[in-house]
Design a protein around this ligand. Sequence first.
Ligand code: DX5
Ligand code: ZN
Length: 217
Amino acid sequence: MSNLVAPSLLAADFSNLAHEIERVEKAGADMLHLDIMDGVFVKNISFGLPVVKSIRKCTKLPFDVHLMIIDPIKYIDQFVDAGADSISFHYESCKNHMEVIDRIKSHGIKACMAVSPETSAEVLREFKDKLDMFLIMTVHPGFGGQKLVESTLDSIRTAHEISRETGFRVPIEVDGGINRETLKLVTDAGADIIVMGNAIFTSDDPKSMIDFLREGK
Ligand code: DX5
Ligand code: ZN
C-alpha cells in the first residue's frame, strides 16, 4: 500500500500562500497539513482561523488540521466551519479526550489524536475504536525544520501493532523531521501518512519529492 502525503504549510512562503498551495496540489499532495499553535501548548505561534478560512478558497485538497493548543474542545466547531476535513488534538493538551473525539466526529469529519515524543503510543489502546487516525510527532511539537527523534520509531511500531487490532482502520500519521533519509525509517516502522514541511516546500521539484514519499522508499 502506498503512503499518503500531507505537506505542512508551516514551511511555505506565507507572503504567497495561494501560489504555494497550488504548487503542492499540482505536485500530487493528498491533503494539506495545517499546524495551529497557540504560544502556550507549544512555544510558538503560527496562524489561525482567518488564514484557514481564506485558503479554503484556494484548493480542493482536504485540510488536515493539527491543533497544538490547550483545551482544544473550545475551538473544534470553529475549525470545522473554517474548512477542516480532519482534526488532530494532542493527548497532552486536555483531559476530556473522549469528549473532544465525539465533538470532532459529530461534524462528520475525521478525528485524530496526536502524541508528543515523551508520550507512550500505548495511549492509542484506549481510544483505538473511536479514532480515524493516530498522529505520532517525530519531533517535539512547535517548530518545523527539526531533526527526527529516533525513540519515536519505537512509538510508531507500537501504534502499528495496536492499529493491527482494528484491522488497520486507524492509520498512523507521522510528523516532523522527515526527509529522503528518514523516510524509510518511519515507513519500515509502520507509518501510513507522511507529513513533510521543509523538505517539500524548499524543494525545486516537489513532485519528485511527493512521488518518492508515496512509494515509501
Ligand atoms: C511541528 C509541526 C510539523 C512541522 C513539520 O510542530 O507539527 O508539521 O511543520 O515540518 P518539517 O517537515 O520541516 O519537520
Ligand atoms: Zn503538524
